[in-house]
Ligand binder design. Sequence first.
Ligand code: NAP
Ligand code: GDP
Length: 324
Amino acid sequence: MSDQDKAPRPMKVLVTGGSGLVGRALQQVVGEEGGAKDAEWVFLSSKDADLMNPEETLSAFLEHEPTHVVHLAAMIGGLFHNMRHNLDFWRHNVIINDNVLQAAVKVGVVKVVSTLSTCIFPDKTTYPIDESMIHNGPPHETNFGYAYAKRMIDVQNRAYSQQFGGRFTAVIPTNVFGPHDNFNISRGHVLPGLVHKAYCAQKEGTPLVVWGSGRPRRQFIYSLDLARLILWVLTDYDEIDPIILSVGEEDEISIKEAAEAVVEAMDFKGGISFDTSKSDGQFMKTASNAKLRRYRPDVAFTPFKQAVKETCDWFAANYDSARK
Ligand code: NAP
Ligand code: GDP
């Protein structure tokens, strides 16, 4: 039978990192909204296959034979985890990405959506950052291992598209938070860290200690909003060049304001203090969502305070089983 005689395979989406913050949000959104609703979805965790291992990776792809892949799996952590483990972040992510993209080619996947991050952009830059600036200079010194590894996905996407013709692309989210986040205080990101610290401080009657000066600025995106946008990218975005998925520049806030939102959501009365002996990390990485808005002028985001409240409520209700 010639290739032309073969019927196109029904859409089957394999999600790597399906058990993480973004993966769980995608599970919820697919269930609720049925985006790509006729597709079959498979959500993988590290228990299904260690994606550091090329044989395990290929065998998972051969078992499921996906037509589409959302590649979320990564070694990921907050500023302080990155500062201590740049080598691990580099190696894990380069190896995972190479194994996943190569396995995708081997089983004839037609589209892969991988995940970069706005923290991989050059440290010394003009603002706002846009999609054309990924490779314009060294990343911030605190997370260079993660940043360079993630930047290579963009290189791989262009090379795979050139040599094999597949649609391998990437999304670039800003700081993500939501239910099922990693609430580990020393390894996780700022928002889940603040939620966990405020929860403990409330119990112990101590102040909430914010690390650093509280002055750095971030754009936060709720995991469920991000998941809806990833679904759209999977079905409707046809470029190889990546796309920033972010709230607007006007919604950038300071770490202090993020801490105040957590305090308000938890009705925490213990006060906030700042430990300025800890690093501030990158001061800002303000990203433009103009490209997203060109494609999706209708795009709407959950109000930050509402999303923080939902995350705090989820953490309190799931304290025993939450990652912490
Ligand atoms: P997460 O909650 O830490 O989840 C990581 C996922 O990767 C988990 O499902 C984990 O599986 C899986 N994984 C890790 N190592 C693996 C391995 N060796 N083999 C197989 N699976 C492995 O991460 P996330 O926050 O959802 O991030 C998803 C993606 O978005 C990542 O690529 C990240 O770089 C990107 N991103 C995240 C943020 C953010 O603020 N969180 C911002 C920008 C971009 P287990 O559950 O089994 O461990
Ligand atoms: P980044 O956005 O990639 O830099 O990573 P994070 O999500 O870890 O945010 C780091 C910023 O939040 C820095 O300015 C930290 O000083 C500040 N921060 C304040 N408290 C915390 C905390 O409890 N955990 C983390 N990870 N960062 C904190």
